[in-house]
Design a protein around this ligand. Structure first.
Ligand SMILES: Nc1ncnc2c1ncn2[C@@H]1O[C@H](COP(=O)(O)OP(=O)(O)OP(=O)(O)O)[C@@H](O)[C@H]1O
Ligand SMILES: [Mg+2]
Length: 207
């Protein structure tokens, strides 16, 4: 039985994850009628994910609540995998390929909660049993550019320039810390260009 393909898009706030996920979804939907695509995100809309979103919207200090947050992110991810992603990735039909596109994953937990001051080894260890993506993208852009892109939105807990610089560094360090298939993509370029670089890597995995 063919196994499903699990693809993650990650990066700092305003790096373009949600836009690229949408473009990738549309591209894959048209590319092959045998693809079944699940587009999803973390934090989820489940009970733990909702608590996380509330904290991100209401808290101001980026350093606060690191232990509470990591606990919630791990619970949310366990639920997301068990209830949604793992079942979908079990390919039942030989003529179909199931593909999960996930907007943020444990790369964000490592980048953000380590920026909050948690120990990197500990954060990685808490995530070590989760399914590894077949392919992961870190969309990389300077935080000042990313913040400009989202300036019309209400600021969340982590959306402050100095803090985002730490998060960015943590994302760029991931390849040294993990044995995952991570591609760093320059997302300071126009969207079409960013998408083209993502698409090339996705096609390599699929063809
Ligand atoms: N490469 C790009 N060039 C110019 N604008 C972009 C680019 N990528 C994204 N944008 C714009 O920046 C804004 C933020 O993009 P998007 O919502 O995809 O980011 P995100 O990474 O999902 O952010 P968040 O983490 O806050 O959800 C959107 O208005 C989007 O159209
Ligand atoms: Mg988004």
């Amino acid at each position: 039985m063919k196994k499903g393909i699990f693809i993650v898009l990650d990066g700092i706030d305003g790096s373009g994850k949600s836009e690229i996920v949408k473009m990738l979804h549309n591209y894959l939907f048209s590319k092959n009628k045998g693809y079944r695509i699940l587009t999803t995100r973390e934090p989820t809309n489940g009970s733990y994910g909702k608590q996380i979103r509330e904290m991100l919207q209401n808290e101001k200090d980026p350093f606060a609540s690191s232990n509470t947050l990591i606990g919630l992110f791990i619970k949310d991810r366990e639920q997301h995998l068990k209830a949604t992603m793992e079942p979908f990735l079990k390919n039942k039909n030989e003529d179909e390929l199931n593909i999960v596109l996930c907007d943020r994953y444990y790369y964000s937990t490592i980048a953000f909660q380590v920026a909050q001051g948690l120990d990197v080894k500990e954060v990685i260890s808490k995530n070590k049993n989760f399914r590894k993506p077949d392919l992961a993208f870190i969309l990389d852009v300077e935080p000042s550019i990313a913040l400009k892109r989202i300036e019309h939105r209400k600021k969340e807990k982590f959306e402050q320039l100095e803090f985002m610089k730490k998060i960015r560094e943590n994302f760029l360090n991931l390849n040294k810390l993990l044995k995952d298939n991570i591609k760093i993509i320059d997302s300071s370029k126009p969207l079409a260009n960013v998408f083209e670089n993502v698409r090339k890597e996705v096609d390599k995995v699929l063809d």
